[in-house]
Design a protein around this ligand. Structure first.
Ligand code: ADP
Ligand code: CA
Ligand code: CA
Length: 460
């Protein structure tokens, strides 16, 4: 599959150039005059990328394709053992991402037999493990403390405040404490959230005492769930209160190199997110904000990442912009989640985000890489209500609409589903690609109107 690499990639330097040479050498090996060169090439070890893939990720395929396009060898680590592991000992391993120090020890034992050049995490939990593994393997990495900070919103708020960056008023208290004793520290409206979850799980707005008490009760029920408590550890025992920040929300995707941010894309979130819950829906790129505002967003993101100690690799941040400028909601030490990376393509060869992440991890200079000219949008299809998913219609019709690239349903029929704050998934994803951002946005909205979901009450 890596034969698909196009000729114009030859203009790029670094790793890909070397890989390309390797490629063409292999292709031309039959010509006698190439033998000497081919012989030398055989002595250049192939790069092995250790990918940390939680079993719940949607990104496996995209990363495998990217590695194959680049001709790098992939070793995939997951938290559950694969039955294929004995058949492919250099390509598969099991690591407990929630015990990063232990994961680092095991990864080091693995790397002693199968040398690893870089380690790439796909989410926030694995980012912590990646930092420890990077340290153990003596390969470039973020400091583990920075990865922890990025995973814990309370630590993140403290780091930003300490660096003198704009932060909403915030305060934390133990789960089960009387929230009304703490409400004054932040005031209303406020946002109640867990320190460590994602996809807006457990994130709720409260405008008064009554709503605050209800929100804290609701959050407690989420935090005591066994898997959530295990994943969160001590972070599952605290509630974070934040001042509600009004404003227009964007997401920014980027790569850090020695603390410098390369912006890959800024996404507008055109659906106003004012609560009481904060389900993600549409992301559209390019952003329609002014260049000045986009630059301010990039600067604020870079400053926040630096304050947290993040220095390298992908970041995905969310910011709100109001009259006082950009405010960081969070900076995660990972790339965009779900299947949303499909919206992004880079350079003339339309490289995927995953490919760019691997190239960057292998030290390629990506400063001049630009997203394609076309606009793109993705809708994370919201779950209209809790229940059991019975039927979905209109998918084919939605797919045929102009500008629509794909409609993917990730929820299963008969699956019990719930919107936030309890739920942490979507029904699927709608992708569009057109000439302008507003067309891309309209296209996903139109496609969404064609989809009909039948959801039945789950309590019989
Ligand atoms: P998660 O990690 O689950 O995505 P976030 O902290 O990013 O949690 O919150 C999810 C969403 O809730 C944000 O994208 C934003 O829309 C909203 N939100 C979170 N904190 C605030 C805040 N302090 N003010 C206004 N909105 C907020
Ligand atoms: Ca998050
Ligand atoms: Ca978020």
């Amino acid at each position: 599959m890596r034969r698909k690499r196009s000729a114009d990639k030859a203009t790029r330097g670094g790793v890909t150039d070397r890989l390309r040479t390797q490629d063409s050498e292999l292709r031309t090996q039959n010509f006698p005059f190439q033998h000497a060169a081919a012989y030398c090439i055989l002595h250049i070890p192939m790069h092995r990328v250790l990918l940390l893939l939680p079993t719940t990720t949607y990104r496996t395929k995209a990363f495998i394709e990217a590695a194959s396009n680049l001709g790098v060898e992939l070793a995939a680590a997951s938290e559950l053992p694969s039955t294929m592991e004995p058949l492919n000992p250099g390509g598969l391993l099991t690591l407990d991402f929630l015990r990063p120090e232990l994961a680092a020890e095991r990864a080091a034992a693995f790397a002693a037999r199968y040398p690893v050049d870089v380690v790439i995490p796909v989410d926030e939990d694995t980012a912590v493990a990646a930092a420890w593994i990077g340290e153990a393997l003596n390969i470039p990495h973020n400091p583990p403390s920075a990865a922890y900070t990025a995973k814990n919103k309370l630590l993140m708020r403290r780091a930003l405040m300490k660096a003198g960056l704009p932060v909403p008023r915030f305060h934390s208290f133990p789960v089960g404490a009387d929230p009304l004793e703490h409400a004054d520290r932040v005031g209303y409206p406020c946002v109640v959230k867990p320190a460590f979850l994602s996809t807006s799980r457990g994130v709720m707005r409260a405008d008064n005492d009554l709503e605050l008490v209800a929100a804290c009760d609701r959050l407690e029920k989420i935090l005591v769930q066994k898997d959530v408590a295990r994943r969160g550890g001590v972070a599952a025992t605290e509630v974070l209160l934040e001042q509600f920040l009004p404003g227009f929300e964007i997401a920014i995707e980027g790569l850090l190199t020695d603390g410098r941010l390369k912006v890959l894309a800024i996404f507008d979130k055109p659906d106003q997110l004012d609560g009481p819950f904060f389900e993600e829906t549409i992301y559209v790129t390019p952003s329609r904000l002014t260049k000045e505002t986009q630059d301010a967003v990039a600067l604020a993101t870079e400053a926040a990442a630096r304050a947290m100690g993040l220095v390298r690799g992908p970041i995905h941040a969310e910011l709100r912009i109001n009259d006082s400028g950009p405010w960081v909601i969070e900076v995660a030490a990972r790339s965009i989640g779900g299947q949303c990376s499909r919206t992004l393509r880079f350079g003339r060869e339309l490289a995927s985000l995953e490919e760019l992440i691997i190239r960057h991890a292998l030290q390629e200079d990506v400063t001049s890489v630009e997203r394609e000219e076309l606009a793109a949008a993705v809708m994370m299809i919201p779950i209209p209500r809790a229940g059991v998913l019975k039927e979905i219609t209109g998918i084919e019709e939605a797919r045929r609409l102009p500008g629509i690239e794909d409609v993917i349903i990730t929820a299963h029929l008969t699956q019990r589903i719930a919107p936030p704050p309890e739920g942490a998934s979507y029904l699927g994803f709608i992708f569009s690609r057109t000439t302008t951002a507003s067309e891309a946005e309209s296209a996903v909205r139109e496609a969404h109107r064609r989809l009909k979901f039948t959801i039945e009450d789950s309590r019989q």
